[in-house]
Design a protein around this ligand. Sequence first.
Ligand code: NI
Length: 136
Amino acid sequence: MIYLTRRERFNAAHRLFKKEWSDEKNFEVFGKCSNPNWHGHNYQLFVTIKGEINPETGFVVNLKVLSKIVREKVIEKIDHKNLNLDVDFMKGKITSAENIAIAIWQEIEEDINKLSCELHCVKVVETENNSIEYYG
Ligand code: NI
């Protein structure tokens, strides 16, 4: 079994909050990420797939095909967008890195598993110090 990881990047705005809470309570729980007038992150997305090497090509999967799926299903929908307002697959969710990783997994899983490999991990890096890994 071989593991292969493709990185993509996106910039997006968000706010972590619950609308039934006051700004003070939101700040207490979510910190600076609850700023009422939004803020942005330069996110990195790492999609890891696993599979066997195709002896004809030496590849597990064609990286161009993998990248195209991630770009079409995810990056085009979220890059330079507001995660709370603009992104269909984040509607009604708290836009934490955890929820972003799970939603991205759900967006790409079906298409990736149609290739000769399996989705293994979706990693979302929100800041230099914080990242999330989701294994399905
Ligand atoms: Ni934030």
